[in-house]
Write a protein that binds this ligand. Sequence first.
Ligand code: FAD
Length: 370
Amino acid sequence: MKRYDYLIVGCGLFGAVVAYELSRNGKVCIAIDKRNHVGGNVYTECVNDIIVHKYGAHIFHTNNEHVWDYVNSFAEFNRYTNSPLANYKGKLYNLPFNMNTFYQMWGVTTPKEARMKIESQKTEATMNTPQNLEEQAISLVGKDIYKTLIKGYTEKQWGKKAVELPAFIIRRLPVRFTFDNNYFDDRYQGIPIGGYTPIIEKMLQKSDIVLDTDYFSDKKFWNSLADTVIYTGEIDRYFDYCYGVLGYRSLHFKTSILKNQSNFQGNAVVNYTDADTPYTRIIEHKHFEFGQQADTVITKEYPIAFQTGIDPYYPINDDKNNMLYKRYLQLAQQQENVYFGGRLAEYKYYNMDQVIECALKITQNYLSFN
Ligand code: FAD
């Protein structure tokens, strides 16, 4: 007799939603994670009375009313609206690109002037089908915005020259001809008061949890505990990288407590868009919850190369990696009683609302088959 119906590998958002849905339908689950905490990348912790997003700024936004209601059943959300700024060599610009940005860039005050300015900056090369990210960006927003706000940031983020990056990375750029600094178009947006960790803890309340434990340290033992495995880790690692390693971009986070400094940058998110600053953004966590504490906590985000053994963050979904993933997917589909889900197992960048949507859908399937 196995002790559990399900073994869930990974206590991130995907694993937690699945665990919650299964256990509220009477299934007995155990969830393990190699990190020393639950939550995966949405993990938040309290530092000097400030909720810190340990693995980068996480702003919940969605158009899906069902997902919004679902997540609100676990926490109260505030009215935070993401309005990041860009710092280019000491000068600030509003994001996403909107009339405020165009005014800061060119001094134009009407949408008509802004459109004319952008049109006048599209070069001949970019009138045809753009061949790389640089041409694509210029075709969408013109030369000045590209050089000031896109080039350096994107090259740091991907560790490659913009002319070497495929155009599809920025198929669409949010450009608005209104004075509106709200980054997202989604109907619902906010930050859970008190952070994401309490949400995950509630979701995992009825499951047994084992932390600091890598599934692969004793896969046979962990498998022996349950009838079915829900695997949310890296898909290539599951198959011992038999076809090769999937490409990712990784991140290094450097967090500092600034004592007796109540307000460092006046905004939660400031992007650094020049090529010389080694980090891409600084997060000042207290502004996610409109904090009034005497101190502040900031995190600098440095993009770094990925290698096996460090945390993978952004999948590099180019043709080569997508083909590789397809081969792993074929293997995954042949596994009995093992299901793969979440951003690492599906080799896909997912926003939180998409993760919840997928986890709910998949759990419905598990429940109807088992
Ligand atoms: P994860 O959170 O990665 O969870 C997987 C878990 O599995 C991890 O805890 C890992 O330790 C564990 N694990 C892996 N392998 C093993 C193993 N072998 N044994 C045991 N445990 C294992 N989304 C938004 O909607 N809004 C945002 O503002 C936003 N900002 C983001 C910023 C950054 C920098 C990043 C990288 C992502 C952001 N996201 C955002 C996306 C969000 O983080 C993801 O949607 C979500 O975290 C994915 O959840 P998951 O459970 O699939 O993966």
